[in-house]
Design a protein around this ligand. Structure first.
Ligand code: PLP
Ligand code: SF4
Length: 342
């Protein structure tokens, strides 16, 4: 542990703005273990950072339980030795997205909506990420590409919604986001601007007054889809950020990934739905893991997933139930997995 750099530690980083919190994210496995009072004998020494770097901002670490090697937040970001275990059937582009990439940074898989890859990196590196092998370098992200997106959308009038995804779209500055939103609003066919982001969860200060102002003044309906997997991820700062979005008229949804050892139990999933709803966030999707190389240890068997889902159906109000889906290449939407006769 000697010589390890701890880039930012509480309470110093609590007084930083979101960009500084982002810049001082923890990237050293040793520093993280030290902060959480965990030992390499318990969790390995994080060598899988060679496959995909460790990256976790302090506000997210603050919600982890020190000394708990099974903490559901820690497990989402820790480079575990299991990642080195090759598993047949798990590949680097399981969604075959390379095929639905008409112009740089634009994915048009589903008729009425296009997905833009608007940033080349993330605030946090989630180990189960389906884009962990994505070649962002091949993509072009400067604002000059926006006109190409707009041309494409104008030529495809069935598109009425633009999704900003990533990477992490909210790494964009507020000014840039406003410019993009304004540009999209010039196309009369576009009704909604949807942002899929993990940044407001990881760094709640990302919900700035400027961003809220842009959203509330836009003629487009803004939608924020949070990516929250476990109720422990929601602390008072996250709740406050969601409250502000709600007040600004942003509609909020959540999608989760079913992750073995993280949230594959109905207590966690039911508590998650309840907590989301209490904070104006509507449960939307529960995704089965995509078959991405180095992530097999997070996968749950289909039967187990269906059983869990049945337990949720029995315990929760209908509107608290996310759709259980998976992504199958070539399909025109996410594919529902649950059949009521199972
Ligand atoms: C998931 C996804 C969407 C959005 O699908 P919804 O079912 O509307 O949430 C759009 N485009 C791509 C490429 C996607 O992967
Ligand atoms: S924030 Fe999303 S895109 Fe980024 S690493 Fe996590 S899961 Fe992947």
């Amino acid at each position: 542990m000697k010589g390890a750099i701890i880039p930012c530690s509480p309470p110093v980083c609590h007084s930083m703005d979101w960009k500084k919190q982002l810049a001082s994210a923890i990237t050293s496995p040793a520093a993280l273990l030290q902060q959480l009072a965990l030992k390499p004998e318990q969790v390995g020494n994080g060598q899988a950072e060679q496959l995909f770097p460790l990256r976790v901002p302090q506000p997210y670490v603050d919600r982890m339980e020190p000394g708990n090697p099974d903490d559901p937040l820690f497990k989402q970001i820790w480079p575990a030795d299991e990642e080195f275990r090759p598993t047949p059937g798990y590949t680097s582009d399981p969604l075959e997205e390379a095929d639905s990439n008409p112009i740089p940074g634009l994915l048009h898989k589903y008729g009425t909506r296009v997905l833009t890859i608007s940033a080349a990196s993330c605030a946090i590196n989630c180990r189960y990420c389906f884009r962990r092998h994505f070649n962002y370098q091949e993509q072009s992200y400067s604002e000059s590409v926006w006109d190409k997106w707009l041309d494409y959308i104008a030529k495809n009038p069935e598109i009425d919604e633009v999704i900003l995804s990533g990477g992490e779209p909210l790494l964009m500055s507020d000014n840039r986001l406003k410019r993009l939103s304004d540009k999209l609003a010039q196309l009369p066919q576009i009704k909604r601007l949807r942002i899929h982001s993990r940044l407001p969860l990881v760094i709640p200060l990302r919900i700035t007054d400027e961003l809220l102002e842009t959203a509330s003044q836009s003629p487009l309906q803004w939608i924020l889809v949070w990516h929250i997997n476990h109720p422990n991820e929601i602390d008072s700062q996250v709740a406050e950020a969601a409250q502000k979005c709600h007040q600004a008229g942003i509609r909020q949804f959540n999608q989760s990934v079913l992750l073995k050892g993280v949230n594959d139990n109905s207590d966690a999933l039911c508590a998650l739905s309840e907590t989301l709803f209490a904070h104006h966030i509507q449960p939307y999707y529960l995704h089965l893991l995509d078959k991405v190389a180095d992530t097999a240890h997070f996968d749950t068997a289909l039967e187990a997933a269906e059983q869990l889902y049945q337990q949720m159906l029995a315990r929760l109000s209908g509107y608290l139930i996310p759709k259980l889906v998976r992504e199958i290449p070539g399909e025109h939407s996410k594919t529902p997995v649950y059949s009521s006769n199972c």
